[in-house]
Ligand binder design. Structure first.
Ligand code: BES
Ligand code: ZN
Length: 470
């Protein structure tokens, strides 16, 4: 059974709250479209002002919901939005986190309309950020709008932190968390930035991979050289880079950097059995992805490989002549961006150092090779039996009428580990888009059914959480 059967007319909420939800449907959709029109791309400096516009948009909404201490916090890069609705004395406090930045939208020609010209058609919102992660911010805001409409306050205390650098490594938020620990005091963190399971099965994510992102630059000379006059006499940086990259990972999917696997916590037999029991159809996943074949890590299933095993991928590679026709040169330089996805207990800094040292060791003479750290974040794991996780299970069950699954996610949300380690909070990862929502790709979409039902899950979750022991 999937999420699509749930809405409209959920009986998970009391009738007046459900009526409020129903009456807000159009406004809720309009709010998402409006929000998604703001091109808040954190990675591109020319969108810095849009980051502020998006932050102000959220802050205005929070003020409209009678949140207190609403603030658009300036940072070294993009703002953080903070606010509180603490109207439930004695009840637990949840720290609610989502991000309002989005990934770059290129290649633009593959979008049905412009990436920031979102629309709702055939039950889908389409536009950059509708799933990752603006739709989920709007779900949180409209769970509260509905409560306010019926004159209710959320049954738990809510502290909001919305960040603008999640897609760019979260540096500013990392720096802000420590000094603002007391403003972030809570019993649980709730992060809505994950998805349902394949097939649109309601899910709670209990594991995220970490990340270490780096760049390798290989430099030969100040300018390109004639490949006839110099070929054979000098090292070619593109060839050298290709050899370096080829040495990083084998065809069996194993990363060859010495020490890379040293700190990996292996999946237990029970965890492997639980994963094998999930309704994952590898062939359907392959077909939908449009790839000719899936390649996992030797000895591990596809689902294990993509969620629970560390890996390494080149994200981009360039250098030399790329125009039409031919040009006979030896490129002056060549470059690659690459990222490793990490699992507990791998440390991004340690992994970077291992990469840097290995690259230095295998770099050929005749070129200058440098490896630069770009960003990193740790993996995280949540115990499934935590009372807050169980409250989320009850909320999902109430809205969908099915048992949600626990899944691990291969993507990363760097702040998750910081909420755990720095603030000491258990984290509930409660997200609603479908996993094939084209996040980071053209025509990103969010099903309106999931948007509608997700908003109800959130409202129900606050009630379920209120029943949790502090
Ligand atoms: N929402 C994603 C994380 C995610 C990915 C959840 C796939 C569920 C499925 C998040 O916004 C994201 O993309 N994070 C980046 C973090 C990185 C830039 C530090 C990622 O995983 O690439
Ligand atoms: Zn996201």
């Amino acid at each position: 059974m999937t999420a699509n059967s749930a809405i409209p007319g959920s009986t998970a909420l009391d009738p007046s709250l459900e009526a409020a939800m129903t009456s807000l449907r159009e406004a809720r959709a309009e709010a998402l479209l409006e929000f998604a029109r703001i091109p808040s791309i954190s990675a591109l400096p020319e969108h810095a002002a849009d980051m502020v516009t998006a932050a102000e948009w959220i802050a205005d909404r929070l003020r409209g919901l009678k949140a207190t201490e609403v603030e658009v916090v300036k940072t070294d890069l993009h703002p953080i939005v903070y606010g509180k609705i603490h109207e439930a004395p004695g009840a637990p406090t949840a720290l609610v986190y989502c991000h309002f930045d989005v990934q770059p939208a290129d290649p633009l020609d593959l979008w049905e309309t412009g990436p920031f010209d979102p629309f709702l058609e055939d039950g889908r919102f389409v536009g950059r950020g509708v799933a990752d992660d603006k739709g989920q911010i709007v779900m949180h805001l409209y769970a509260l709008e509905a409560l306010r409409l019926v004159g209710r306050a959320p049954a738990v205390n809510l502290t909001f932190v919305f960040e603008g650098e999640e897609e760019y490594g979260s540096d500013s938020l990392f720096a802000w968390i420590g000094p603002n620990r007391s403003r972030l005091a809570a019993d649980v963190a709730v992060i809505s930035d994950t998805t349902f399971f394949e097939g649109n099965v309601p899910a709670i994510t209990v594991g995220l991979r970490g990340i270490m992102y780096a760049q390798i630059d290989v430099v030969l000379s100040p300018v390109d050289l004639h490949s006839g006059g110099y070929g054979g006499a000098v090292e070619n940086p593109a060839n050298a880079l290709a050899r370096i990259i080829a040495s990083l990972k084998g065809p069996d999917g194993r990363v060859k950097i010495p020490g890379f696997y040293d700190d990996v916590v292996a999946l237990t037999p029970d965890e492997r059995a639980a994963m094998a029991a999930l309704p994952f159809d590898a062939e359907a996943y392959r077909e939908e992805t449009g790839v000719p074949a899936l390649v996992g890590e030797a000895g591990w299933t596809i689902l294990e490989s993509k969620t629970s095993r560390p890996t390494l991928d080149v994200n981009g590679i360039w250098g030399g002549f790329q125009g039409d026709g031919a040009k006979t040169i030896i490129p002056a330089h060549a470059h690659a961006k690459l990222s490793t996805r990490l699992v507990a207990k791998q440390n991004p800094t340690k992994i970077f150092e291992a990469l840097r040292d290995y690259v230095a060791q295998i770099a050929p003479p005749g070129v200058t090779v440098t490896t630069t750290y770009i960003h990193g974040g740790e993996a995280s794991l949540t115990p499934t039996d935590h009372p807050a996780t169980q409250a989320a299970v009850r909320a999902l069950r109430a809205v969908y009428g099915v048992e949600p699954v626990f899944m691990r996610e291969g993507g990363s949300i760097p702040v998750t580990a910081a909420f755990d380690h720095v603030l000491g909070l258990p984290v509930v990862l409660l997200g609603f888009p479908q996993p094939n929502c084209n996040a980071h790709a053209p025509n990103e979409w969010l099903s309106e059914a999931n948007f509608e039902s997700g908003t109800r899950v959130i409202a129900r979750f606050w009630d379920e959480l209120a029943a949790m022991r502090r």
